[in-house]
Design a protein around this ligand. Structure first.
Ligand SMILES: Nc1nc2c(ncn2[C@@H]2O[C@H](COP(=O)(O)OP(=O)(O)OP(=O)(O)O)[C@@H](O)[C@H]2O)c(=O)[nH]1
Ligand SMILES: [Mg+2]
Length: 298
């Protein structure tokens, strides 16, 4: 296939926290490349996922949910969103159809407007919608706000209309070569992927106790052929949080570890030895060195 026959380019997934951007990214590339949780601000960095088809290649850029920054960490997260918006060829705005239109949505549209870039709207979570007619006022509102090329209702969770979305995204991209080898689904190093999976399980197991004040990074990642040895560190802000994560008799940390190990074995296709440590680092969200180490660059 020659270069002129394929289409390719970068597509940013943008939207408010918790609307399902990362769930959609994982479904689009068919692989868990970004952590997903029911808590807002799960994604903290720009994560690339790659989709290769006979039509060409789409490089998706998942971004943190658009919110008001309070900590240095959140300032960096929002810079990552702005950079992604200005760097890509096509914008994919994702909204949660169950959330009423609010100031955050207005603000998101204000970010998009001056770019005049081709944009598509994915109205996500329609699996939770009883009456599809409810979509019409929402579609009308977005239709009037920006010249979206397409407004597609669908579900990242069930996959409804995701194929249609892929088709329309390819149509919006210019002719171009494949930038990555066909087999690649992300440009994230394996050690970053490992930390992301541990963080996902951490968010899942700890429920509402500590969502924002934790971070995970991989201290060591050793490939020993048959076995991967992975050592991850969980950062918390306060001593009490360390206790919450470890749990009575270490039960909770064990559960996080075994859930993460299972998924990592599946992702990497080999046996994994996973060791987790919990460290207290006060105010890590304001600490530029730690944020750099976590890859939260903005
Ligand atoms: N019912 C339903 N739930 C969904 C759908 N897509 C995502 N979710 C759920 O919504 C929650 C948030 O999903 P994420 O993919 O983490 O959302 P996000 O937009 O990446 O969130 P941030 O990274 O925090 O900005 C999770 O509990 C998902 O399982 C969908 O189509 N239907
Ligand atoms: Mg996300």
């Amino acid at each position: 296939m020659t270069e002129t026959e394929t289409r390719s380019g970068f597509v940013a997934l943008i939207g408010r926290p918790n609307v399902g951007k990362s769930t959609l990214l994982n479904r689009l590339v068919g692989f868990k490349v970004a952590a997903v949780s029911d808590k807002p601000q799960t994604t903290r960095t720009r994560i690339r996922g790659i989709l290769t088809r006979p039509e060409g290649q789409i490089i998706f850029v998942d971004t943190p949910g658009i919110h008001k920054p309070i900590h240095e960490m959140n300032e960096r997260m929002m810079r990552a969103v702005r950079d992604a918006i200005s760097d890509v060829d096509v914008l994919l705005l994702i909204i949660d159809v169950l959330e009423p239109f609010g100031r955050g949505d207005e603000f998101t549209l204000e970010l998009i407007k001056p770019t005049e870039k081709p944009a598509l709207l994915f109205l996500n979570k329609i699996d939770k919608l009883k009456n599809k007619a409810q979509l019409l006022p929402l579609m009308d509102r977005y239709h009037r706000a920006y010249p979206f090329r397409e407004l597609i209702p669908g579900s990242a969770l069930t996959g409804e209309n995701v194929e249609l979305l892929v088709e329309k995204l390819f149509e919006a991209l210019p002719p171009g070569p494949l930038y990555y080898p066909e087999s690649e689904v992300t440009d994230q190093p394996e050690r970053v992927l490992a930390a992301e999976i541990v963080r996902e399980k951490l968010l899942m197991v700890t429920r509402d106790e500590i969502p924002y004040e934790t971070a995970v990074y991989t201290e060591r990642f050793q490939d020993e052929g048959e076995l991967l040895r992975i050592y991850c560190t969980i950062l918390v802000e306060r001593d009490g949080q360390k206790g919450i994560i470890i749990g009575r008799g270490g039960q909770r940390l064990k559960r996080i570890g075994s859930l993460a190990r299972e998924e990592l074995e599946f992702l990497f296709g080999k046996k994994v030895y996973l060791e987790l440590h919990v460290k207290v680092r006060k105010h890590w969200r304001e600490n530029p060195q730690i944020l750099d180490q976590l890859g939260i660059r903005g």
